[in-house]
Design a protein around this ligand. Structure first.
Ligand SMILES: O=P(O)(O)OC[C@H]1O[C@H](O)[C@H](O)[C@@H](O)[C@@H]1O
Length: 331
């Protein structure tokens, strides 16, 4: 079954969030009849978010080109998470803890929050949706904490995709909790051998393929010739993913998320994944804004905010400009 006919196909839609003359989003039925939210901006860019997982599955530019990778074998069958797009890993990233891989936010149903907590709103952003996820009693048996997880997904005027997570500790009896987190973004790339990542050179990383041991990256931009699964520590707020063949550079900006995970399963692991095509590793790269090394701790009443912004620029504009010193200096 093709992805177009499944996870990406819109059907009947209902407008929502009509606090202004233009609606902020449309609610449609997507794959298997599951609800998804469609965001569009007037210049033609768009994004799609399934309520299952609060999961962004599509982000298209003005020319309607898909910018995120979504596997042709992706399914929407709870409790399986959707393979591709932007899964939310919470309250645990990977196997760094005692609960299931990547936590449970990615395989729970979120709801639309039409009355979100006060949010600093950029008036030029007309396309956005607020989602909320609160744990059920069953979730509290897995992870015994009360929380409210608010996710805003917005499409900027220039087609940039912005995700803001706000997680609040609502434990009644004064109990703090700690969590790890990632926006597990799957970027669509023309050919993995033509891709380089700038902004992570010379940094320390934990290598998941080598028992999470600590190493230091060499001075060059990252390129890819084999499986990679690394957690870069204390990374700059800007990272660039250059796709030479497409002459396109993704810019990833993040806030509140010090780490960055880089993952490509390569051939052998790709073949072992039921919801991933054998050759699809050539056309994707995960670069994940994350907080893994130092878990985030919240006391009751406290809130944490983690923000991701994705945009694209022509490669020639960006290449070579993201040297770590400039990036760290915020230039
Ligand atoms: O298959 P999933 O549970 O979605 O995980 C997919 C991948 O996610 C992250 O990038 C981890 O670092 C990898 O170790 C993991 O294989």
């Amino acid at each position: 079954m093709s992805t177009e006919k499944n996870l990406s196909s819109p059907s009947v839609s209902v407008s929502g969030g009509s606090s202004s003359s233009t609606s902020r989003y449309e609610l449609c039925k997507g794959f298997n009849g599951y609800d998804k939210v469609l965001l569009r901006n007037p210049r033609g860019s768009s994004a799609e978010v399934y309520l299952y997982g609060g999961h962004v599955t599509s982000w298209k530019n003005e020319r309607r080109e898909e910018l995120l990778f979504l596997s042709s074998k992706a399914t929407l069958k709870p409790p399986k998470a959707i393979r591709g797009g932007i899964p939310i890993c919470f309250p645990q990233f990977g196997s760094h803890g005692t609960i299931d891989q990547h936590g449970f936010a990615r395989n729970r149903f979120w709801i639309i929050d039409n009355d979100p907590h006060p949010f600093p709103t950029n008036t030029s952003n007309k396309a956005f949706v607020d989602l909320i996820f609160k744990p059920s009693e069953a979730d509290m048996k897995i992870w015994p904490h009360n929380f409210e997880f608010r996710l805003r997904v917005a499409l900027g005027p220039g087609g940039e995709l912005m995700l803001t997570s706000r997680i609040r500790n609502t434990n009644p009896e004064g109990k703090p909790f700690s969590f790890t987190f990632a926006y597990h973004t799957y970027f669509s790339v023309s050919d993995i051998s033509e891709v380089r990542v700038e902004g992570l050179e010379t940094l320390d990383y934990l290598d998941n393929l080598q028992k999470k041991e600590l190493f230091t990256e060499q001075g060059d931009a990252l390129t890819f010739e084999s499986e990679v699964d690394k957690i870069y520590l204390s990374t700059p707020t800007k990272i660039a993913i250059l796709d030479h063949e497409k002459k396109r550079t993704f810019e990833l900006r993040k806030d509140g998320l010090p780490d960055a995970v880089v993952w490509n399963p390569w051939e052998k692991k790709a073949k072992a994944m039921a919801d991933f095509g054998d050759d699809e590793y050539k056309h994707m790269l995960c670069v994940e804004a994350a907080a893994v090394e130092m878990p985030i701790t919240l006391k009751p009443g406290e809130e944490w905010k983690g923000r991701l912004e994705l945009s694209t620029v022509p490669s020639s504009y960006c290449s070579g400009q993201l040297d770590p010193q400039k990036v760290l200096g915020g230039i």
